[in-house]
Design a protein around this ligand. Structure first.
Ligand SMILES: Nc1ncnc2c1ncn2[C@@H]1O[C@H](COP(=O)(O)OP(=O)(O)OP(=O)(O)O)[C@@H](O)[C@H]1O
Ligand SMILES: [Mg+2]
Length: 242
């Protein structure tokens, strides 16, 4: 249901955030609509994780405002977030998913079938009984995705879910993300992996030192970046100044 309680559009209007003397984000204007994945791209320390935390409602902006479906109440309706470092519960793989389903209010009678479907979706069926903390990094990210999907989100925020993974594990995670996106889930994802951005993005927002420098459809971002910072980043140069 994408009715009146939808979290979309997600809007950041004139959002700024400073902590002490450090400005983390300034003057961010961003609208997240249903559709293909939106990628937040930028170098280390640009403010990508901070922006996602604001979008999730975990942080309040210092200036400006964040709204979900026009509401300022940050209580998540149907959004879920995956953090840069996933935390596994001290349970089996299936147990981690069962816990997420319980938290999401899925009735006990429906959980077994949902666990099976989510294991399948994440390619974890053979590992269902494995203690989650014994999984490899790539397997843990797939489990973290399965747990997030257990909440039946319409908006899924992903903070560099493949940052520490090898190319094969990265592809496996990307396939789950692409399938979720095709199924109608809006993805808002931080990445500094340009190959990944090309593979997944509908639109790209390029962030440097807390400032949005570029917002464009993915093809335009790669073919005709307008800011010198994005041009430098695409060449592989170091970009630190706003
Ligand atoms: N609580 C805080 N107090 C002061 N500075 C902070 C705080 N949290 C984050 N920062 C700083 O804000 C900047 C942006 O951090 P953030 O984690 O959002 O960047 P990022 O783009 O996600 O980087 P990375 O690619 O390394 O994950 C960094 O310079 C970071 O050190
Ligand atoms: Mg980060």
């Amino acid at each position: 249901m994408r009715g009146i309680m939808s979290d979309l559009p997600l809007r950041l209007e004139n959002v700024g955030l400073a902590i002490g003397a450090t400005t983390l984000l300034r003057d961010i204007d961003l609208t997240i609509l249903p559709g293909a994945p939106t990628l937040i791209v930028g170098p280390n320390g640009a403010g990508k994780s901070t922006l996602l935390r604001l979008a999730m409602g975990l942080l309040a902006p210092g200036t400006g405002r964040v709204t979900w479906g026009g509401r300022t109440d940050p209580a998540p309706r149907r959004r879920a977030m995956l953090f840069q470092r996933p935390v596994m519960l001290r349970r089996s793989v299936a147990g981690n998913i069962a816990y997420a389903l319980k938290q999401a209010g899925v009735p006990r009678a429906r959980r077994v079938a949902r666990i099976e479907a989510l294991l399948e979706q994440a390619g974890l069926t053979a590992l269902a009984a494995r203690p989650a903390r014994r999984l490899s990094g790539g397997e843990q990210q797939r489990l973290a995705l399965a747990r997030a999907l257990a909440r039946d989100p319409e908006l899924l925020l992903l903070d560099e879910p493949t940052a520490n993974l090898d190319p094969a594990a990265t592809r496996a995670v990307e396939e789950i993300i692409a399938a979720a996106a095709s199924g109608g889930i809006k993805i808002l994802m931080a990445s500094h992996d340009l190959g990944q951005v090309r593979r997944l993005a509908g639109d790209v927002h390029f962030l440097v030192a807390g400032t949005l420098r570029e917002s464009a459809p993915v093809g335009e971002f790669f073919d005709r970046p307008s800011s010198p910072q994005a041009q430098a980043f695409l060449r592989g140069d170091i970009v630190n100044d706003p």
